[in-house]
Write a protein that binds this ligand. Structure first.
Ligand code: PRP
Length: 385
């Protein structure tokens, strides 16, 4: 039972065996030929800007991976938005990092995809409570990766308990339909009352109100049952019954208000993405979002050697030479050769991460979140049309 779920252990990732076989064969071949050239390699998604910004994250994990190797690494800060050109640059003898390419790209690609999708929902409802509910859609061993990406993008919290332990944040949530079933139809009040009695005082009392009856009937019943103790209701109406979800939410709001329950908030979940949040943000108080975040494809990063023994080179379709990337105050993204002048008012985005194997940067999630949201504003990411 040392590895009951068959996951690749951290030791394998750090030592380089979490790799594609062709890198092991490359090492064998280069060692056989007595070659280990000094190279510069870049991690890039798109060679040229496309206007489609994405969030860069996973930098701390990349630093952990590369620590102790005789390489210098420069990278964008965690949470920076990018669009074309390198987000990371590695320099050193090629065999110092050859086999790490597979793990390095994985550590960056999937979290960056999650964070980009999470930022879309954050910006779609900037004033609403938005929680990440997507842990159920991914392998449990990476749940904290999802939740960290959600926090990085400015979401207010997440549902996963073990991720909370890792990230130092308490998991949030309401109650599942399973709880309602255990009390049975007609006994919803018993379920909500028992929940109120059982959970800690600081747990919000948010009743799930779509299980057996109409959302309006169950919401009013929850309000009558818990009175002033009820903080909110959650409506998770299944897709086949949803009809006009906005109308359902407005109707519940109306009925609660009509009976003096103006302080009871309405939370929604189930298949929600940025489009739905924009539509519902003025009638609902908060949202739980899962699959929109976890279904996101990884960002398609690749690592390419761009200079070898001081000479620029690249494969066909890629851009040779060491590059720098700048952001100008107008939000424009500039990719230039590193030995040419960048824009005079440009901020260079590639910053030292590792120097001769030593990690030279500190990581702070709150700072990364601030950067992510400020950068999204600077480049107009997620702006309402
Ligand atoms: O659709 P997503 O955005 O991925 O949302 C994540 C999940 O949260 C809701 O489930 P709920 O908490 O109601 O689960 P339950 O049916 O087990 O109670 C929703 O129905 C999804 O299954």
């Amino acid at each position: 039972m040392s590895n009951p779920f068959g996951t690749v252990p951290p030791e394998a990732i750090l030592e380089g065996s979490a790799t594609d076989a062709y890198f092991e064969r490359t090492r064998a071949t280069l060692e056989h030929a007595g070659k280990n050239p000094h190279v510069v390699a870049e991690v890039t998604a798109d060679q040229f800007s496309t206007g489609a910004f994405e969030v860069f994250t996973g930098v701390a994990d990349a630093a952990t991976l590369l620590e102790g190797r005789a390489v210098d690494v420069d990278a964008f800060p965690d949470g920076q938005l990018f669009d074309g050109g390198p987000v990371m640059r590695l320099e050193g003898p090629y065999l110092e990092f050859a086999e790490l390419e597979t793990a390095l790209l994985g550590l960056l690609s999937q979290p960056s995809g999650f964070a980009t999708a999470a930022l879309e929902v954050r910006l779609a409802a900037p004033d609403s409570l938005v929680l990440s509910f997507g842990a159920r859609h991914v392998h449990p061993s990476i749940a904290a990766v999802v939740e960290r990406a959600a926090l990085l993008a400015g979401l207010d919290g997440f549902s996963h308990v073990a991720a909370g332990d890792i990230l130092g944040r308490e998991a949030s949530g309401t109650m599942p339909h399973a709880l309602m079933f255990c009390f049975g139809e007609g006994n919803q009040s018993d379920a909500w009352r028992a929940f109120d009695e059982a959970v800690s005082e600081d747990t919000p009392r948010i009743a799930l109100v779509d299980t057996f009856w109409d959302e309006k009937s169950e919401s009013l019943l929850a309000a009558e049952t818990l009175g002033d103790d009820l903080d909110g209701v959650r409506i998770d109406t299944t897709g086949s019954r949803r009809g006009d979800f906005r109308h359902i939410i407005r109707e519940v709001r109306w009925e609660l208000d009509a009976r003096g329950y103006e302080d009871v908030d309405i939370f929604c979940s189930g298949g929600l993405g940025p489009e739905q949040l924009r539509d519902l943000r003025d009638v609902a108080d908060g949202f739980g979002v899962g699959s929109h975040i976890t279904n996101r494809d990884p960002v398609d990063f690749s690592l390419d050697i761009v200079e070898i023994a001081g000479e620029p080179l690249s494969k066909r379709g890629k851009l040779a030479g060491v590059k720098d990337v700048y952001r100008t105050p107008d939000g424009d993204h500039h990719v230039t050769l590193a030995d040419r002048d960048g824009p005079t008012d440009g901020e260079a985005l590639l910053e030292p991460l590792v120097r001769d194997g030593e990690v030279v940067r500190e990581f702070d999630l709150e700072t990364a979140t601030e950067r992510c949201l400020a950068d999204a504003e600077a480049v107009g990411f997620g702006a309402d049309e």
